[in-house]
Design a protein around this ligand. Structure first.
Ligand code: CP
Length: 335
């Protein structure tokens, strides 16, 4: 049974096959009946525009039927902690809920954001893992506390379409300001994605906003196989020099778990990390990337998003083609 939980489920050969297939689907957008007779459950513990819509359409384009469930919003609130005494809002445990859903559907897509309150649970991807453990059908990660593999696959396809051969080209993952503390699943996934493509990856971020060491180690292992590299910089201006891709993303500082007030104050102090036309002008004509949703004038200026170098809509479009490829892989069909 093929799951897509994290990068370990996507060894290089599977990753490359899905990437090729996503690009093939964009060139051949026909709907088929390859997965007719199958249902796909989509369990969203958190909001979504792109993931929810693109998974629904991807399933339909393969002839499958998607059912979207948002716990606590017309669906029973769900608990995932094994040791929880369930006297709060949650009426049902994922052990029962996912056990039942597994009897109705042929695969489950699941979104469970980081809590940003429980460091150990977030680091272990505990909520998402609880769903996987309870499921008897394949599970697709639609953004967990640590990873967003469908986003990474779509981003990789967009990079390849934009640059041609991305190997050896400079990819800057730039931390960006944001009024809220945000999870790290996207930046974690982006750095591994670009490393897998053999790019010269620079993670530019202020002090206190380091990505986890095990994520960087994993990305460096991928880079070692692909001929790429992964470094860090606290100097955004210097990092942007020579960049062919600028991937902006806000994420929370490590202090968010211990001292959220201090983390918020530190984050507010770096508003000048916003991506502007002037910042993009320091690059080698870089493509601008963002996973969306994005706050104009906070993360990036509107003229960058509206300008000729922005490829954020292509990234979002590729979610559909990438997820068609993922559904084909987990169901072992060919659309
Ligand atoms: N990028 C992304 O996952 O978008 P949504 O949160 O809208 O699904």
């Amino acid at each position: 049974m093929n799951h897509l939980t994290d990068w370990t489920d996507l060894p290089d050969a599977v990753w490359e096959a899905c990437l090729d297939r996503a690009r093939w689907h964009r060139a051949h957008p026909a709907w088929t009946r390859a997965a007719a007779g199958r249902a796909l459950g989509l369990l969203f513990f958190n909001p979504s525009l792109r993931t929810r819509t693109s998974m629904d359409v991807a399933a339909a384009a393969l002839g499958a039927h998607a059912v979207t469930l948002s716990p606590g919003q017309g669906v029973w609130g769900l608990e995932w902690r094994d040791d929880a005494r369930m006297d709060g809002e949650a009426a049902e445990h994922v052990r029962e809920a996912v056990g039942v859903l597994s009897r109705y559907v042929a695969a489950l897509g699941v979104r469970t954001f980081a809590t940003l309150a429980d460091r150990e649970a977030d680091h272990a991807d505990a909520a998402f893992r609880a769903v996987v453990a309870a499921s008897s059908v394949p599970v697709v990660n639609l953004e967990s506390a640590r990873w967003h593999p469908c986003q990474a696959l779509a981003d990789a396809a967009a990079v390849c379409d934009t640059l041609g051969d991305p190997r050896g080209q400079k990819f800057v993952l730039s931390w960006a300001p944001h009024p809220k503390a945000l999870p790290r699943a996207v930046p974690n996934s982006a750095v591994v994605m670009a490393a897998r493509l053999g790019m010269e990856v620079v993670v530019a971020r202020p002090p206190g906003f380091e990505l986890d060491g095990d994520v960087l180690d994993f990305a460096r292992q991928a880079a070692a196989r692909s001929g790429g590299s992964v470094t860090e910089s606290e100097d955004q201006h210097a990092a942007l020099s020579g960049a062919r891709v600028v991937y902006a993303k806000a994420w929370s500082g490590g202090a968010v778990y211990d001292d959220p007030g201090a983390e918020a104050a530190r984050r507010a102090g770096h508003a000048d990390w916003r991506i502007t036309e002037a910042a993009l002008g320091r690059t080698a004509g870089a493509a601008f990337m963002h996973c969306l949703p994005v706050r104009r004038g906070v993360v990036v200026d509107g003229d960058v998003l509206d300008g000729p170098n922005a490829v954020h809509l292509l990234q979002a479009e590729y979610r559909l083609w990438a997820q068609k490829a993922v559904l084909e892989w987990i169901w072992e069909v060919r659309g």
